[in-house]
Unconditional design. Structure first.
Lengths: 333, 333
DNA sequence: TTGTACGCGTTATCAC
DNA sequence: GTGATAACGCGTACAA
């Protein structure tokens, strides 16, 4: 069942069928209707491979993410896919893990599939060493690269980021403003976003005239148990703190569990703030105050920007989206 | 940059280049090496669209799910994608929501993309009324349809399911065996899997010689808050129960929050069992005993079965995988 | 072992 | 407004 069959049954040439198919106005209303009727009767569907060959696109974009089962990224993928599809694009998903070589391998695999663009979801795709990003810079000559909550400067590379720095600064400032003197900061990643958040923490301390104390800043695996255990051992070592700011809700959940384990009252003796406003923040008692990083807005903006790139519109290479602080019961502000 | 360029530079015909490309043994070692060298120098990548046109496949499968941000489905998608990719297949993701018409629309969209198979992830794709599934039955004539934790009988349709019924029966039996007399059952969905779990609950009661009491069986939105509120109002109405079995961890979290709100001790006065062994089960204090529904095994088995179908091997149309009960602190068994 | 020629199903460029 | 026909790039009979 192809365009020739349709043309024969309709008594026209394949050119006309193609014109009808693509909404070309140079077809008389009569032939158009006739062709459409025949298509319907025959249950004809154009062959996307042939179309792809001719147009050199199948209206498909690649979505790379390190781990699509991570709640934050799972949300991102959901919104990206829906938004892309609403614009008529398919999404090829590609879960890469965290190893640079694997990421590079999958990236070129995706390129070899001739996707129209690649979206890198999450901040794990921009490496510390500039030369480790060169594969992206080079590829951007051929196809647009979109970063969701990551930032890389380069031609044909577009970033949509949440203002993590301001978000953390605001939260920590509120903690300080509500009487906390020793705010512990727990983070899991050295990514662009991770370092931004850390800067926001320092900003807040500095703005309040407080010293930045290295012993209050700790890295920790993005894991409830790891976070709880780290806090337990820090407390055992004699470290004191009256608030915990975290870079992810899972770490905040760990902090709640630490407090429960030690009989510390929340928020009376310990305030806790999470990040991403995920389901996890609603699972504990008390429920966790958390920064809403606006995944949906991030993703729809990314896709809108991409559509702008496709249509040749002038589009910003970097868009920043403000976060929200969702106040719940682990803080007294 | 195409196969002709390579053939010219290498001084051979395109047929030879194609043979090298596809590992055809009928090429002398010398020409093979030469061609490979030229390919490398030119940075040649075969055009997947042209290949797809000729072979009528681009080694791509469609994955449909109602909501990829749901923790269970997010895990499923992760494992499906990784497993498919390890076999050289791409995944086109398609989040459909729960509306039948939309599901049908996206299903035919996926078919029109000429995917090699469609995987339906989650139990939300098999409808109660048989005629609502006929679109799947008919499509299966053209391409294999794989159900992950759903069951539909039909030619070229393959199901991989978790033995939910046995899992719930086991958990409820353990609750009864450890002294509980009134086990409340909370579920969220009427899907095949949802009804199976309910049957498991009834099985356990019957096996223990206990009556099935409708007032102990309640449907509830798959949502922490909804679950907590439902239990609060049931208790207010005077219903008593000493254990809660749930069809999803989120409902179990709600049960924990209910107990906290009412000062009920867990597991002393109330035992709770969740389902899916997700992150959520680890967020509460105490941590929740939960049924591990073996998503990874479910997904890799599904993909292995699909590969069997592709290669013409005789594969079972239905595979059942046993679950595990992960004992934590919301139960005293 | 290698090369020629055709088919795959479109889109697009002509000419009429 | 419509119809031939040439790309698009690959796989593969078939011939040599």
């Amino acid at each position: 069942m192809n365009i020739y069959d349709v043309s024969q049954h309709a008594g026209v040439s394949i050119a006309t069928v193609s014109r009808v198919l693509n909404g070309n106005p140079n077809v008389s209303e009569k032939t158009r209707e006739n062709v459409l009727k025949v298509m319907d009767e025959l249950g004809y569907t154009p062959n996307v491979f042939a179309r792809g060959l001719g147009l050199d696109t199948m209206h498909t974009v690649g979505i790379m993410c390190s781990d699509s089962s991570d709640p934050y990224l799972a949300g991102a993928i959901y919104y990206l896919e829906r938004s892309l599809r609403s614009h008529g694009y398919d999404s090829i998903l590609c879960c890469t893990g965290y190893d640079l070589e694997v990421k590079q391998k999958y990236f070129s695999l995706l390129r070899s599939k001739r996707v129209d663009a690649v979206i890198l979801a999450g901040s794990k795709f921009v490496e510390m060493r500039p030369r480790d990003n060169s594969y992206l810079l080079e590829a951007a000559a051929d196809l647009p690269i979109m970063l969701v909550n990551g930032w890389l400067e380069g031609d044909n590379i577009y970033s949509t980021v949440c203002d993590d720095r301001a978000a953390v600064k605001q939260a920590v400032s509120l903690l300080i403003g509500s009487g906390h003197k020793k705010v512990l900061y727990l983070y899991s990643s050295y990514s662009h976003s991770g370092l931004n958040k850390l800067d926001g923490y320092k900003d807040a301390l500095t703005a309040a005239g407080l010293p930045v104390q290295p012993e209050l800043i700790h890295q920790c695996a993005k894991d409830v148990e790891a976070s709880r255990d780290l806090l337990l051992s820090l407390a055992d070592e004699g470290l004191t703190f009256d608030a915990v700011m975290t870079s992810d809700d899972s770490l905040a959940v760990g902090a709640v569990k630490y407090a429960h384990a030690r009989g510390i009252s929340i928020p009376g003796d310990l305030s806790i703030v999470g990040y991403n406003n995920s389901l996890l923040a609603l699972c504990t008692d008390p429920e966790i105050t958390s920064v809403d990083s606006k995944v949906e807005a991030l993703c729809t903006t990314t896709v809108n920007t991409l559509m702008g790139v496709f249509s040749g519109v002038n589009v910003p290479s970097r868009t920043t989206i403000a976060s929200d602080l969702i106040k719940r019961s682990t803080t007294n502000f």
